[in-house]
Write a protein that binds this ligand. Structure first.
Ligand code: F6P
Length: 537
């Protein structure tokens, strides 16, 4: 069954939501809380170690009902089934979308073209496990017989952001190996990393689904040339491994066939950290932790697949986001993790969310006249409080925000954890209530300064409170956002799993690269022609 093809704006629920929005648009959440002492309980989902409070949103029970009706009217249930059953829902590329199969248990069944892919997935997991153990335990050694000390992941986009974010997030669980990530085609990036490396003790993991990506191949070649200054060609087999679907090109690059970790075209780049693309995660934190990450994601998959929509975390978060995006016309969403470990989380989500849902053509190929993908941004709390929170609190823009926090800290410093958590809770309270003129006056502020100290409040937030940052809970959190992306793509009637939007710039860059060797290039617009000349000078 293909994905449903329904223009959301033609549904009854959309019309109801529009009318309802016109009525409640100006209601203050403060009043909604005052009217209903049960509000927080009604709008909280407790699931496993997740406590998701979505009561601080500009919604009423009626809003929620219409949003749930919208999910039904766009046939979300069927769409979820189509995804999990291996339908080629990535229609524009003719592919199934089965990153969920990568974290499924051994006895699960996920079919692509009638073949259960789970046994193959588990064979590759087995290979990741034994390879990881040999490197971490020092059984596999470099060309001079020394154990490995450093791992370099060479990849970009989905072949970099996911592994880099997870390794950073799970820093607490890290082993003795130092992990580096090289992604940018900017030669200064690779050279800065090389500076820190000893060729005798460094393992290079070249990650590229297509093995055609300019950045990754350039960086891999630069590193290989640097490596060959100290080693012979034969040593490459000990130090270079690859993760790719393009086995022939990997072999041509010179990587030993035994050092290739396969992946599949039914895994999208931005959803691939669960595959061998996550090899650097496994090397950094050990295979068992990598496996726990997958277990967590699988638990979220089961929740998403089977839970009623009204208590289904990814569905509820997606619906609320549609509410702001399409009715309040909010342009962006912030994700604020109250944990320094989540430093790269928003950056990671930017690819997942914006590459997937940054589309303006519907599933019929027609231009869309409603809003789709949101801008996503964020930084950890409390640092971000001292950076951009001013604008969220008192600016003119509506910025719905997800606040992600952990009940327990990993190093167990209670004093810090109490301070962190008090900020985590206080910010969503402040965003909800704001501060009235009367309150400012009561505080004794000078009359001339009063307007500047007023906070309107009524700024929406979701609180995602998780017991502790573990590989498993991180797996759940990432999968939660993956499913949110899917739900929104279904509602907006777009194809979330292609990324043709990144092609045009790549093509033009290749053309311009050739033109650096040609004199008097004048075939661009005058701005580009001038800039080209300026560079060549
Ligand atoms: O930026 C486009 C993109 O295709 C991403 O979707 C992908 O994650 C990235 O490039 C890297 O691609 P590859 O893994 O094939 O090198």
């Amino acid at each position: 069954m293909p994905l449903p093809n329904i223009n959301p704006t033609t549904t009854n629920s959309w019309e109801k939501l529009q009318e309802h929005f016109n009525k409640i648009n100006n209601i203050h959440m403060k009043d909604l809380f005052a009217q209903d002492s049960e509000r927080a309980n009604k709008f909280t989902i407790k699931w496993d170690d997740f406590y998701v409070d979505f009561s601080k949103n500009r919604i009423t029970e009626e809003t929620f009902r219409y949003l749930l009706e919208l999910a039904d009217e766009v046939n979300l249930k069927e769409a979820i089934q189509s995804q999990f059953s291996g339908e080629k829902i990535n229609k524009t590329e003719g592919r199934a979308v089965l990153h969920t199969a990568l974290r499924a248990p051994k006895d699960a069944k996920f079919y692509v073209d009638g073949v259960n892919v789970v046994p193959e997935v588990h064979q590759v997991k087995q290979k990741i496990q034994s390879f990881t153990n040999e490197i971490v335990n020092g059984d596999r050694k470099g060309f001079t017989g020394k154990p490995f000390t450093d791992v370099v992941n060479i990849g970009i986009g989905g072949s970099d952001l996911g592994p880099a974010m997870v390794v950073e997030s799970l820093q607490y669980y890290k082993n003795h190996l130092t992990t580096h990530f090289v992604s940018n085609v900017d030669g200064d990036h690779v050279n800065e990393v090389i500076k820190k490396l000893n060729p005798e003790t460094t393992l290079f993991v070249v990650v590229s689904k297509t093995f055609t990506t300019q950045e990754t191949l350039s960086n891999a070649n630069t590193i290989k040339n640097w490596f060959l200054q100290s080693a012979t060609e034969g040593a490459i087999a000990k130090h270079f491994v690859a993760v790719s679907t393009n086995i022939d090109s990997v072999k041509k690059f010179g990587i030993d066939v035994n050092n290739i970790f396969p992946m599949w075209d039914w895994v999208g780049g931005r959803f691939s950290l669960w595959s061998a693309v996550g090899l650097s995660i496994s090397l950094a934190v050990g295979y068992n932790n990598f496996d726990s990450l997958l277990t967590g994601a699988n638990k979220m998959d089961e929740h998403f697949k089977s839970e009623d929509f009204k208590s289904n975390i990814p569905v509820v978060l997606a619906l609320i986001s549609v509410w702001y995006n399409n009715f309040f016309k909010a342009e962006s969403e912030a994700v604020i993790g109250y944990s320094q470990y989540l430093n790269q989380f928003a950056t990671y989500l930017q690819q997942g969310i914006m590459e997937s849902n940054g589309k303006s053509v519907d599933r019929n190929g027609n231009p869309i006249d409603y809003e789709t993908g949101t801008l996503i941004w964020g930084e950890p709390g409390t640092n971000s409080q001292h950076a951009f929170f001013q604008l969220i609190h008192q600016g003119t823009k509506l910025i719905p925000a997800d606040f992600i926090g952990f009940v327990k800290s990993l190093h167990g410093n209670k004093d810090h954890q109490d301070k962190l958590t008090s900020n985590f809770l206080a910010q969503t309270e402040a965003l909800l209530n704001g501060k009235t003129k009367d309150e400012v006056v009561l505080e004794g502020a000078d009359e001339s300064i009063v307007p500047f100290k007023v906070f309107k409040g009524n700024k929406p937030t979701n609180t995602i409170f998780i017991n502790k940052l573990t590989p498993e809970s991180l797996g759940k959190l990432i999968a939660m956002y993956e499913h949110k992306i899917f739900v929104q793509g279904v509602i907006w009637n777009i194809f979330s799993y292609d990324q043709f939007g990144v092609e045009l710039g790549k093509q033009l860059a290749n053309k311009i690269l050739q033109e650096f060797n040609i004199s008097n290039v004048n075939n661009h617009d005058s701005s580009t022609n001038n800039l080209l000349k300026h560079y060549k000078k």
